[in-house]
Design a protein around this ligand. Sequence first.
Ligand code: SF4
Length: 470
Amino acid sequence: MACIYIETFGCQMNEADSQEIIDRASAAGYEVTSDPSAASVVVLNTCTVRDSAERRAYGRMAHLRALKTGDSRVKLIVCGCLAEQDRDRMRLRAPYLDGVFGTSDVARLGEQLAAWRPGFEDFSEASEARALLRLGGEADCIAGAFSHLRAFVTVQRGCSYYCTYCIVPHVRGRFDHRSLADVLTDVRAKVSLGAREITLVGQTVNAYREPARGADFADLLERVAALEGLDRLGFLTSHPKDFTEKLVRTLGALARLNPRFHLPVQSGSNAVLRRMNRKYTIEEYLEKVAAFRSYCPSWALSTDLIVGFPGESEADFEATLELCERVGFAQAFMFVYSPRRGTPAARWEQIPSDVGGERLRRLATVVDRSVRGWHDRKVGTTVRALVKGPSRKDASKLALKTSDNVTVVAPAPICSETALAERPWLDVSVSQAHVWGCSGTVAGGAERYDGPAIPFAVSPLFDIVSLVRS
Ligand code: SF4
């Protein structure tokens, strides 16, 4: 049997591309597996947004090469942003790869999978050599009993903003917006396959402009949110430059939207924002936050932050700390600046890495307080959250996500995976808050987000009686 395994690094765009690769592979007759040693085709969908992501991808390639050593029929391919950027270098560094596909090559990748498919007819016989391999390491793998519950739909590719630190416009090209009709068709298809939550993704979704009639992102949200069968709708990522009052008015009015707005600010200093080419000032950002909070008072606001950007002084950094204290983000993704080949900022004088590391630690202390505060509000309440799968730290527990993107962990109820996938919205009574999320106990599960929750617990006596009878 032909099986495909895919590992995804990086942002929501790569997640969306991985789902599209899986859709194409399934159409060509592949099964999806979460076990790389069972796969006839192994795909690494790579990221190049930071140096660490690049090193991880090359390390993972070398690691997964063992599968080909164990069984020469296995195909190992690499796609995504690093493949786009490093196409030639990758062929030299990893000559054992069976294919390198850039960010605009997803259709060609699908054709290659279809062409390989007949050669895997007898692949169901597990190769001893493959089975003996021990492939540890991280795997943000797409297969799983609950992976169909969340789906990404791309509304736009590329970005035309050229922030001076960012590689995306160089590897993904300029904005290319999809038609509203295509987006609606994709959402309907994912919902019909069981998706409970759709996330519309793009590098700057709120810059969306329908190519034919010029509908904007607020119009798009209205149309998608009205689709029958959809439970919840989210979107990633927005740019402060394209924030409009119409958009936040729409957010506040659409009940199916997840109450979480991700609005990357990157720095609290106007001087740094100018050098980053971010196209807004902190005063403008704060005005937008105030407008957002007036329309969406109970929503979570999350952001991205970069410290140690070239030229960032201690005063610039303190302005970032002050901004975070003032706004009180519910979640923030924080990074030390990482120079990317081919971007302007990579050619500028760099801040010493120990200074960047120390600033990141100080920033985390401030941000963690507001994040923990957001989680504290949930203690003593019951939250409805969508199941993700077993907790990575303790397989007897389930990890879930609330609609405002808070991780919740709770002991798994006594039921099969199938029963959970059928009632994947769990009501969790939250007993404790942490910086990473919340923990509690499951009170019941619902099929739909706004449906009634039914308890899962089965009496042990009932189980014994059914076993004796069977
Ligand atoms: S807005 Fe800036 S950071 Fe975001 S993808 Fe475009 S260039 Fe990169």
